[in-house]
Design a protein around this ligand. Sequence first.
Ligand code: DCP
Ligand code: MG
Length: 555
Amino acid sequence: MSLSVILAALSPLRPYLIQLSVDKYITNHLLQMLIYISVVQLGILLIENGLRFWFLYRINWLGQTVINDMRKSVFRKILFQNIGYYDRTPIGTLTTRTINDVEAVNDVFSEGIVSIIADILTIIAIMIIMFITDWRLTLVCLAPFPILILATYWFKESVNKSFQRVRNAVAALNAFVQEHIVGMYIVQAFAAEKTEMDKFKTINKEHRDANIKAIFAYSVFFPVVEIILAMSMGLLVWWGAHRMLDYSVTPGVVIAFVMYLNLLFRPLRMMADKFNVLQMGMIAGERVFTVLDSKEHLADNGTVNADNIRGEVKFENVHFSYKAGTPVLKGISFEIPAGKTMAVVGHTGAGKTSIISILNRLYEIEGGSIKIDGTNLKDYDIYSLRNHIGIVLQDVFLFSGTIAENITLRNADIPREKVEAVCKLLGIHNFIMSLPGGYDFNVMERGNTLSQGQRQLLSFARALLYNPSILILDEATSSVDSESEQLIQQAIDKMITGRTSIVIAHRLSTIRRADEIMVMDKGQIIERGNHQSLIAAQGEYYKLYTAVEKQKERV
Ligand code: DCP
Ligand code: MG
């Protein structure tokens, strides 16, 4: 900040010295002094630009430091955000917040606030010196200024509007491309390339139009500024020449004024632009801070360590909804003794996946209680608890990286032997070794280079790595080839033995092996019992079971 003051004070100095040399030394033929003054000029020039370098460097350094911290905070916030937040917030938005918006905040530093202040100071310093030197001449020169102010205002407004449109268009483009690359399979399978291309063209056209609007404003504004500058110069020469004739103005002053005017117009030209940067930065900053301020953190004040849990799970009259007013679970009560297996079956949308999401505290329940080993879920330290609940989800997500990294989730503390031991236990070691590179086989983004069954096998290893006391398995409905099917079957058997398991099951073999079966419908438990008793009861389970049996016969 003090640098900008020094810079502002220095800027009128060189024209002033020129004025001196012209009026005093040249007219009086003091050549010796002229050499001195040139040396001083050179010195000032070096100092001024040295300072300018340091100024720019510092500002950008500051900006980069700030955005580095800011980006870290935003991503940390995102990492710890409640899962429910992601049901409502599009991915594109969050990516934009972490990457683009933070960048715009940086621009406030590098081109915005500080340099605007520096420019204003420079302008003030020059104006003061001009008025002191010759206030009448100054007034004449600055006569076209009101036009400049009007032009600047128009420019700022129109560019601002266009940039707003550009930003929206960029966000739309981002979101569109992102979504379509993820969903490319569907697009191509349904031969929707042409329609999607047309949609893309529309969005892209909006982007182009908005940009052209902004460019138009630029193309008009800069020539206008040049014309105004030329007008000022003209007035200066006209008035200055008149006054030089009656010796009330020296040639040095006129020359100095030419330089002053140039110095004055240089920052003015960029000012409107910088104000826009500032404004956009503010808007972006505001958005970033809404993310930073959102209080969707899980209330995490549990302290009980889960290291020695046996794994007795008890739901008591649990009520839960994703959106207030649309209940998903309506009074669920059940109990699983430690080490036993409970199978959950039911139609799609019955609330099966929801049960495991709340057991892992990804969402908070609305009523009732969930206890593990008699201790309320909320009293456990959440990270310790989640380490002891192994989970296999319906859709397996793989990160880009090696097989080993995907199993350990890049936790380098876990030795390769441990990973291999788990895979051997699950019976999938040979399958992994059959891939090129074995455990170092590179999984592409989203795991697209592996089959569904293979991905599922990897997710089993992931879940079992920490030897959890409680295992949650949301079986995928999709059928896999018989070889993988057998591997999966055996792996599931291995996984559920000896630990409390909740299995949302679609395989009859898994269901039959369970100690208890719970049938769900529309957020409620409608039947419970083991396989024999439920078949004998000839209720909903019987219907589901016979339907699945029939399907099997057909295959
Ligand atoms: N639901 C929601 N928001 C989510 C997830 C689900 O509003 N993030 C709704 C959709 C369903 C209800 O909750 O109406 C129950 O969803 P579940 O995922 O619990 O249903 P299931 O797991 O039983 O269904 P499926 O067998 O299809 O997996
Ligand atoms: Mg489900």
